[in-house]
Write a protein that binds this ligand. Structure first.
Ligand code: IVH
Length: 714
């Protein structure tokens, strides 16, 4: 399991800081993985980052941004393929890391469905194939379209490539639904992978890091003749849009798939409940080495499809399935150095440079050490970690990595500590700008106190400013930002927009940059065009680009819609800043009333607008950039869309969670307490103070049946 023991002791500010840092880091890896098929960290490291983010968000739900990587899947599609919109989103799976997590999964299902402790929850346990998911649309049994997952909503049309795969039939056999979208995994076997890599190496072609990257790289070839030469295979395990389901259980659909000529993993098994599922997990784990292809766990799915429907999904993960991952691998290596990284908000993060070591088939050479307490052997709450043993340069350490966990220094072998090794000390000055690095009381993180004057912070903020979700200036990536900074050409966002005028109308100086790696002849022209295209941007892009702490893309969108224009927003925030002594002032309250905006976020926004240095930089920027006004989107077409609903008392037909999930799926907002903003109270037996308050406020009240009538579920 990822080490999350320190999380409870983190202050909200620290947690928020880490959530925003982790989110950005994960997004970068999503890019590398999904768009370029070229990850820079191991899957384990990636999963570890995500798991830690999830744990942080679980401890501080107010920090969950709607665009958090935990709420979305993968990255948007690459250029080159036609896009395909998935009629039914392609979800990802939540993880279980041990038997307890797996049993909790079953317990959650029981609670959600209001089942008794003895009611059986039949499951299907299937190997989790380590490949990439593919959706195959069949109409009248003929293969019409194949699409990758992409970001879960929109993928790439890889039909021509899919047709070259032997285990993807052109025609299904037997009686099949008119429309049937089969979903499953494309993968490459170990033998095929080794042979292909050898052949690639021999002809000087691209050699892949592992079978999954090989499968992804092979499927996403623009020339399907290349795909045809690659030994890809396909296992079916799920479905998307269907005109009529051929069975009413998961296991029934798998049987149907087999009869229709598709390949289903022979290791998939219907089981009576979680205990039998765990038994099957161990059987599959024992077979893992001889299976011939990579699997990274076992997926448990609720067998009854009517239950799957009721359980539905939370964000991008179904409640009716979980991936039980295989456990950790560990290895010993030497801690060669501890480097400090300075982030966008000035946080100094110690990073372990490890003598490269193979852990479970993947070379590990870095690990985050989080903060100085972590190095010293203390958790955030002061509790010892590693039994209080500190880490010193030269130490022999144990590195741990699960299929799911960031490489972590879990232990140190004191018997092998070099003589004279001294305790490591966090620098008290920023390694980049030498300003004092300050650790405030109650904080685990030490921060450079130099704000935007610190080059590291300024450069990181600029990188964020131009990034995809923000201003999205094509041709101005990490490398260019760093080069322009070093050349003293761009020191703050406004400078980007004066580049052309400072280098002559044709940007002649810029053109000389062709010595810069990845900077071609035409790059300057393209860059100027890309910059010009952003002289007018939707308000939400600008807001996100400003890099205000905790403001993610989704929050930026919600704020933009709520305020409508920059001038309204700016005025409200200045007023809120002027009234800091009164946390109930109407401007702060307006901000807090926006869905997904909690106190930490609101105060970060207000602080930003109150900062003279930040505002001066924004003013310089706004001489060149015009934020476009935004309008609120019209609510969906349901009787409760846009309404704020409160549930109280006992619900008899469904659990509270199920009622809430259903209401939200209809566009309602579910609140925990009654206020003047409540539109509807659903009160079951035993309702007390909330019902009284609603009556006093004249709020419409319904019982459970009335509610089901209203939403058409009766
Ligand atoms: S079911 C709604 N079953 O794992 C659930 N996924 O982390 C959809 N995967 O995107 C997925 N083997 O690429 C399912 N037997 C299996 C799987 C499986 C591998 C992959 C799939 C999915 C990812 C989720």
């Amino acid at each position: 399991m990822a080490d999350t023991a320190d999380i409870e002791g983190l202050s909200v500010e620290d947690a928020a800081e880490e959530v925003s840092r982790l989110s950005a880091e994960i997004r970068g890896h999503d890019e590398a993985y999904h768009r370029r098929d070229d990850p820079t960290i191991t899957d384990a490291e990636y999963d570890g980052l995500k798991q830690r983010l999830r744990a942080l968000e679980a401890a501080h739900p107010e920090l969950i941004a709607q665009d958090s990587p935990t709420q979305t899947v993968g990255a948007a599609p690459a250029e080159g393929f036609e896009k395909v919109r998935h009629r039914v989103p392609m979800l990802s799976l939540g993880n279980a890391f041990d038997d307890t997590d797996a049993r909790d999964f079953e317990a959650r299902i029981r609670r959600f469905l209001n089942l008794g402790a003895e009611d059986p929850v039949a499951l299907v346990a299937e190997p989790k194939i380590d490949g990439l998911s593919l959706a195959l649309r069949y109409e009248d049994g003929r293969l019409l379209e194949a699409a990758t997952r992409g970001d879960g909503t929109e993928g790439e049309n890889v039909t021509a490539n899919a047709r070259t795969i032997d285990t993807i039939p052109e025609r299904l056999t037997g009686t099949v639904p008119e429309v049937l979208e089969v979903r499953g995994e494309v993968y490459m076997s170990h033998d095929d992978f080794a042979a292909m890599n050898a052949a690639q190496a021999a002809k000087g072609g691209k050699v892949f890091a592992n079978p999954r990257n090989a499968a992804a790289g092979s499927l996403r070839q623009l020339d399907s003749r290349i795909t045809a030469e690659r030994p890809l295979k396909f296992f079916a395990y799920s479905w998307g849009a269907v005109s009529a389901l051929p069975a009413d259980t998961q296991s029934g659909v798998l049987d149907f798939f087999r009869e229709a000529g598709l390949t289903v993993s022979p290791a998939a098994k219907a089981v009576s409940g979680i205990e039998e599922a765990l038994h099957h997990y161990r059987a599959i784990e024992a077979e893992r080495a001889t299976l011939g292809y990579d699997i990274d766990g076992v997926v448990y799915k609720v067998d009854r499809l009517d239950w799957q429907r009721r359980l539905g999904a939370r964000a991008s993960q179904p409640r009716w399935a979980v991936a039980h991952k295989f456990p950790a691998e560990r290895a010993q290596t030497v801690l060669d150095a501890i480097d400090i990284q300075v982030g966008r908000t000035g946080a100094l993060t110690p990073t372990a440079r490890l003598r490269p070591v193979t852990v479970g088939g993947v070379v590990v050479s870095n690990a985050t050490l989080h903060n100085e307490d972590y190095v010293a052997g203390r958790g955030a709450d002061g509790q010892p970690i590693r039994d209080g043993r500190d880490l010193r340069i030269g130490d022999t350490v144990t590195v741990y990595r699960a299929g799911d966990v960031i490489p972590k220094v879990i232990d140190v072998d004191l018997s092998r500590r070099p003589k004279g090794a001294t305790p490591w000390a966090m620098p008290d000055r920023c390694p980049i700008c030498d300003a004092p690095a300050v650790r405030e009381a109650g904080e685990a993180v030490r921060r450079c106190s130099n704000g935007l004057t610190c080059p590291a912070q300024a450069v990181e903020r600029l990188k964020h400013f131009v990034s995809r979700g923000a201003m999205d200036i094509e041709g101005l990536g990490t490398k260019q930002v760093e080069a322009f900074w070093t050349l003293d050409w761009v020191r703050e966002p406004a400078d980007i927009f004066t580049l052309r005028s400072r280098f002559g109308p044709d940007g002649s100086a810029l053109k000389r940059l062709s010595s810069l790696e990845g900077w071609g002849e035409r790059s300057a022209d393209n860059l100027f065009a890309a910059i010009d295209a952003r002289r007018s941007v939707p308000l939400h892009r600008l807001l996100f680009a400003l890099g205000i702490r905790h403001v993610g893309e989704t929050t930026a969108k919600l704020m933009a819609r709520s305020y409508g224009s920059w001038s309204v927003l700016r005025e409200a925030m200045s007023a809120a800043a002027a009234a800091v002594d009164d946390p109930d002032n109407e401007h702060r309250q307006h901000l807090l009333a926006i869905d997904g905006v909690g106190a930490v976020l609101a105060d970060a926004v207000i602080t930003f607008f109150a900062d003279a240095q930040d505002m001066a930089a924004v003013d310089r920027l706004l001489k060149h950039v015009t934020p476009e006004d935004e309008v609120a989107t019209v609510a969906a077409d349901s009787p409760v869309a846009g309404k704020t609903v409160v549930f109280t008392g006992k619900l008899e037909k469904m659990s509270r969670d199920e009622a809430k999930a259903r209401a939200e799926s209809l566009g309602a907002k579910v609140a925990g307490s009654v206020s003047a903003k409540t539109d509807l109270l659903v009160a079951g037996p035993g309702a007390g103070s909330k019902l009284k308050k609603a009556e006093a406020l004249g709020i419409e009240t319904l019982d459970e049946d009335g509610w089901l009538d209203l939403i058409g579920d009766a």
